[in-house]
Design a protein around this ligand. Sequence first.
Ligand SMILES: [Cu+2]
Length: 176
Amino acid sequence: MSTNSLRTVVALVLAFLLAAVGPAQAHTTAIAVDPADGAQLSTSPKSVTITFTEAPQADFAALSVVGPDGGQWTDGEPTVDGERLTVAVRELGPAGKYTIAYRVAAQDGHPITGSSTFTLLTPGNGTPGQSTNSASSSSSIPVAAGAGLAALAVLSLLVFAIRRTRRSETDNTPTA
Ligand SMILES: [Cu+2]
């Protein structure tokens, strides 16, 4: 690979890095969560809905509800309808804190993630579903794509740095 193409690669990698770690605030934000953050409920909600300032992309949407037991309490896949991201919820089980976590892609591609909680005061008779929802682990939601991209970029830079170091160690002839 020539020095010029290496420079091009590095430039591209840096561009990707900047895109990945760029402005954290997306142009779209969630303006409402139902049930509201901190809500105390005596019965199971039928569904969970996140409302955004502008419609997110229909693809890549994830919405999970994880109970105090660690179980996944959503029923089926989430759907995007205009500005609203909704998922049906099973009849809940144990009383305690349930965590809602969501991730959508804005129209400009920015990921939008967030979470909130509600508390079930009276236990229900439901049983949790399988954790097939990709948003089931709230900590892994926000950065999966960005982290992968950043790791790739760092790796590329590392390879480039190693090559350059090796060249300067072995090649002592002037490069003018
Ligand atoms: Cu944006």
